[in-house]
Write a new protein. Sequence first.
Length: 48
Amino acid sequence: MNKLHPFNQIIRYTKRPEDPNTERTEIRERTVDFIFDKIEELISQYQH
C-alpha cells in the first residue's frame, strides 16, 4: 500500500468536509491533530 505524506492526506480529506463517511472525518481530525502537535513541538524547540 502506498503511504501518503501527511500533507497529501490533509489535502485529500479536507476537500469534501460534507462527506458522510465518518471514518474519513476521523482520519482528517487525527491528521490535523498530529500536525498541530508537530507545530507545537517545533515552536517549543525554538523558544529555548
